[in-house]
Design a protein around this ligand. Structure first.
Ligand code: ZN
Length: 188
């Protein structure tokens, strides 16, 4: 079942999400639906707040970005629960980012190329891993969603001001989008 993706302007996207335990109701079903929703929108990552659950859960699958991967770089498909980025390293690199909650806006964002992250998988097994390049990029973007941070929050004030009207249109649903979304603001 495809879930509607929460559009920019909804307060849930600005909330710090809560950690969960094994008793979280219908977690496997939610994860399954999140993958379905992400693939239907051609996304490479999706965080639970984007489907209206303010919990520390996100998924990534970088297979879609195959042509951007280096020769030895493997695509990563992974579920992250209660994740904590414990280290950011490497040089900062620019990468053109977008977000399923903010359709049609893409901007170059500077982020560290490597991260170390602790997380639980779907079986609540603990992992600590390092990721770099594309996977590190997607993880940082999705992790930010669980902290209430959007990629446009990194833009300089002037740039953000220039996007103001387009962002308002997105929150009102006055955009063309080919996947299911939920808009927070009533149309004029
Ligand atoms: Zn996003």
């Amino acid at each position: 079942m495809i879930l509607p993706i929460i559009a920019y302007g909804d307060p849930i996207l600005k909330q710090v999400a809560k950690e969960i335990n094994k008793d979280y109701p219908k977690l496997n079903e939610l994860i399954e639906r999140m993958f379905e929703t992400m693939y239907a929108a051609n996304g490479v990552g999706l965080a639970a707040p984007q489907v209206n659950h303010s919990i520390c859960l996100f998924i990534i699958d970088t297979h879609e970005l195959k042509d951007k991967l280096k020769e030895n770089e493997k695509p990563v498909k992974q579920i992250f629960i209660n994740a904590k980025i414990t280290e950011k390293a490497g040089e900062n690199i620019m990468f053109n980012e977008g977000c399923l909650s903010i359709p049609d806006i893409r901007e170059d964002i500077d982020r560290p190329s490597k991260i170390r992250i602790q997380y639980l998988d779907e079986n609540f097994k603990h992992h600590e891993k390092e990721f770099d390049r594309i996977a590190a990029r997607v993880i940082q973007h999705e992790y930010d969603h669980t902290e209430g941070i959007l990629f446009i929050d990194y833009l300089k004030p002037l740039k953000k001001r220039l996007l103001k009207n387009r962002l308002m249109d997105i929150s009102r649903g006055e955009i063309e989008v080919d996947y299911k979304m939920k808009f927070p603001v009533k149309k004029k």
